[in-house]
Ligand binder design. Structure first.
Ligand SMILES: [Zn+2]
Ligand SMILES: [Zn+2]
Length: 248
């Protein structure tokens, strides 16, 4: 009785934990970089300090370079200008075509969650995937145990399966889902150990680029799990400011 009560409580706790992690991953700001409401090119063009030629017109300004070099850990990294957000993206930032936002430390856009996985929710995403894999193991083991108990009473496998059909379905379901969640957990453990994102992993394999963010396996795990999460760059509860039209 104590054993059954114990596994029931553990199962409920584990499911509650997975639901909390699902909520945190899908609702948290993944690290959206605010758009520039006054694009740099427009500011330069309409700035009164820009030289005026003999005919009274502003001297044409050359367009902004599409890329620029910044230094990360002593290595030169190329960052690109985002035409949609009108900013130079910080290193490891990418514009998500689904969310239409630039996201810091962009990992991937998760279509299951309908959310980008980035700097501020990657930790919760990994915990969600790994705890789902553990929950699958737990459900599989408990279903198998339940079938064994029923089999002790009924004797034959066919009668047992008819009597505990739910346990059989749960065993099949958790077995299939475990390969997905467990595989994803192993893949992200590998990525965390190398301090790479899914996007960087796919891109570096194509470009053969050097990983400038690698701090050693232990340092990489510390960075993901033990560093303070950066606060959001957006105040989602703030009132929308009315945009003042730019003077020409
Ligand atoms: Zn962007
Ligand atoms: Zn996205």
């Amino acid at each position: 009785m104590f054993f059954i009560k114990g596994r029931l409580m553990f199962g409920l706790d584990a499911r509650f934990l997975v639901l909390v992690l699902l909520f945190l991953t899908s609702t948290r700001d993944p690290g959206i970089v605010p758009r520039n409401s006054h694009p740099l090119e427009e500011e330069i063009c309409y700035n009164s300090s820009v030289p005026v030629d003999a005919s009274g017109r502003h001297t044409p300004i050359p367009p902004l370079p599409r890329t620029k070099e910044v230094f990360v850990n002593g290595f030169s990294v190329t960052v690109k200008y985002c035409d949609t957000c009108q900013i130079y993206r910080p290193p490891r930032c990418l514009h998500c075509s689904v969310c239409d936002n630039c996201v810091e430390r962009f990992d991937h856009h998760c279509h299951w969650l309908g959310q980008c996985i980035g700097l501020r929710n990657y930790r919760y995403f990994f915990l969600l995937v790994s705890s789902s894999a553990l929950l699958c193991i737990f459900i599989f083991a408990m279903s198998a145990l339940n079938i064994k108990f029923v089999m002790d009473d009924y004797g034959t496998l066919w009668k047992t399966m008819k009597e505990s059909l739910a346990s059989v379905i749960l065993m099949v379901y958790s077995f299939i889902f475990f390969w997905f969640a467990g595989g994803l957990t192993c893949f992200h453990l590998y990525l965390i150990g190398r301090n790479q994102t899914t996007y960087e992993k796919c891109r570096r394999r194509a470009d053969n680029m050097q990983n400038v963010y690698d701090r050693g396996c232990f340092g990489n795990f510390l960075e993901v799990f033990c560093t303070k999460t950066k606060s959001s760059r957006y105040n989602f509860q703030a009132y929308v400011q009315e945009e003042t039209p730019m003077r020409i």
